[in-house]
Write a protein that binds this ligand. Structure first.
Ligand code: FES
Length: 571
């Protein structure tokens, strides 16, 4: 290797500093030749028992280490903040940016030449890629893999997707509480992350589509030996990437993001990918806007028949050929020249892919929807944009005018939604405020708010819902999300009142509040900004500096790549 590796600024030489760096590392048994100039590979691990989706990572990391050693590198594992979706309150998204800071500073401050990013649960993938992108060293993603399909009473059940269904069935009185409890154990049958096309599987797919992970990364189940093998190959490959100086900025081009957006449409991927990809692009310095989501994704058919848009689960996706097979089916829509971590182009990576199950990966003419991308809506209610996922929505509600029933906060919603006297029917539009980046804080996944019990009992299963929140990638419905500006900063959303009429027209990308400007001005003059729950601390900093959803909800001072120059010595 012609250039001097970063790690040699720590481990090379004969002075006291090099003595200190090497000597302490030797306390775990490393021999002299561990510091002979071989690439040091940081293994950035989001293992945590509080993040159950990532709790199997110790075994996976052993495979990565073996791969690094086989290729002549020195693997050094380090832990970073693990944002687990199922336990972390008030929402894991609040901590995505914090975790990304941890990743960025840990990489830059240590003797690392290349990084393996070990991610799984929803926010762990974007937080690692964002942090690594701000450093721009050779980096490769390996995902922990999805759980095996859920199985309950003879049928497959999906993480999240069936939780929402079962919960509404219990409230509607058509499922017993005992069955509800029994489904818990049946749903999560093995290590791994959600096995629907929720946010974790979407982000694993995005990593693969962007060219950041080896082919096959998205779909192999966590417990499949293929996953262990992929980890080993990932460990080997990162050593070569250091030799090639193949960095994130070489891979995360505008064309790569366009590919990922199109793949997201084809797989019926999570709406959360919107904020995550915008934030990643911001870190690496690649131009990407909210409107690019509509521009690139608009005419992409959703051909992957997976919950929540379709019927199958990630295990089925794996056996059908995984993401390379989907990308092959839509290869005419992709830029096949994009470089990837394999050192080859996307086109070369998917060349030999095959579709083994046309019920799971559908032919284009049988797509779930021909317009599978994320629709970006605008209008006086969302001047900076809002989004809806057509593949998860009800066709008959995509053009709808309805009377607003307004919930001022998530607590107001919870206290009011099941009030038998609530004046609401299935033609109404449910509006939820103050759940955006600053308002919740952290832009919680509450946008797919459950319907009022009295309507569920009538058999209603979808209504138009509008908020500044996000929704789980496993969720479904005609749910308008990410309204910007959010209510907590005085966006027009804050001014909606019970009884106003709202017009949604997805085909024409319109979201309009039917209240004239003079009345909106009067309401704005009366509007009082909500008081944040927690002054100071990280949450205070977050509320002060977080950007709106259309900018990826990153902290404004974290945008950009700050590189990986070797910091000054510590002694
Ligand atoms: Fe971790 Fe769904 S809760 S991936």
């Amino acid at each position: 290797m012609s250039r001097k590796l970063r790690s040699q600024h720590w481990f090379g030489g004969l002075d006291k500093d090099a003595f200190i760096h090497r000597s302490w590392m030797k306390n775990n048994g490393l021999p002299d030749d561990a510091f002979d100039g071989r690439p040091v590979i940081g293994i950035c691990n989001t293992f945590s028992e509080l993040t159950p989706c990532n709790a199997h990572f110790r075994g996976l990391v052993e495979q990565i280490k073996a791969g690094v050693l086989e290729a002549g590198g020195l693997p050094l594992e380090f832990p970073v903040f693990s944002c687990g979706e199922s336990n972390l309150r008030p929402t894991a998204m609040l901590f995505r940016n914090l975790a990304s800071m941890d990743v960025e500073e840990a990489i830059r401050g240590n003797p690392i030449d290349g990084v393996v990013l070990v991610a799984g649960c929803d926010k762990t993938t974007p937080s690692l890629v964002m942090g690594a992108a701000s450093c721009d060293l050779p980096s490769i993603v390996i995902s922990g893999g999805p759980m095996l399909n859920g199985q309950f009473k003879g049928r497959a059940i999906g993480s999240g997707t069936d939780v929402w269904k079962f919960s509404e069935d219990v409230r509607a009185g058509v499922m017993s509480p005992a069955d509800f409890m029994a489904a818990e154990s049946a749903m999560s049958r093995s290590p791994g992350h959600c096995m629907t096309m929720g946010t974790a599987s979407t982000m694993a797919s995005m990593a693969e589509a962007l060219g950041l992970a080896l082919p096959g990364n998205a779909a192999y189940p966590a417990v499949d030996a293929h996953r262990a093998r992929l980890a080993r190959l990932t460990g080997r490959r990162i050593v070569d990437m250091v030799a090639e100086d193949l960095r994130l900025s070489n891979i995360l081009t505008r064309e790569a993001f366009a590919n990922a957006i199109r793949v997201n449409g084809a797989i019926g991927g999570s709406t959360n990918a919107v904020v995550h990809l915008l934030a990643i692009a911001g870190r690496v310095g690649t131009e990407l806007t909210l409107d690019d989501w509509d521009r690139f994704g608009r005419d992409v058919p959703t051909i992957l028949n997976l919950m929540p848009s379709g019927a199958y689960l990630m295990e089925d996706f794996c056996y059908a050929g995984g993401l390379p097979a989907v990308m092959k089916e839509i290869s005419d829509l992709l830029d096949l020249d994009c470089m990837t971590v394999t050192g080859k182009t996307i086109g070369a990576n998917i060349e030999s892919a095959e579709n083994y199950n046309a019920d799971v990966i559908l032919p284009r003419e049988k797509a779930l929807t021909q317009q599978g991308g994320i629709a970006v809506l605008r209008g006086n209610l969302a001047p900076q944009g809002a989004i809806v996922k057509p593949s998860a929505a009800t066709t008959g509600l995509m053009k709808h005018r309805g009377r607003a029933v307004v919930f001022e906060s998530i607590d107001h919603y919870k206290s009011r939604v099941d009030d038998p006297d609530l004046d609401i029917d299935e033609t109404c539009i449910m509006v939820l405020k103050n759940c955006g980046p600053k308002g919740y804080p952290g832009m919680a996944e509450v946008g797919n708010m459950a319907l009022p019990q009295k309507l569920l009992k009538k058999g209603v299963r979808d209504m138009v819902r509008i908020s500044d929140a996000r929704m789980s990638g496993t969720a479904f419905g005609t749910v308008v999300l990410h309204v910007a500006p959010e209510a907590a900063v005085g966006g027009v959303l804050a001014l909606v009142e019970d009884g106003d009429f709202i017009e949604l027209d997805v085909e024409n990308r319109k979201l309009h509040l039917d209240v004239d400007d003079a009345e909106l001005s009067r309401r704005h003059a009366r509007w009082v900004a909500p008081v944040p729950d927690m002054p100071g601390g990280y949450q205070g900093l977050y509320v002060e500096r977080v950007m709106q959803a259309d900018k990826g909800a990153d902290l404004d001072f974290l945008v950009g790549c700050r590189g990986h120059a070797v910091p000054r010595e510590s002694h």
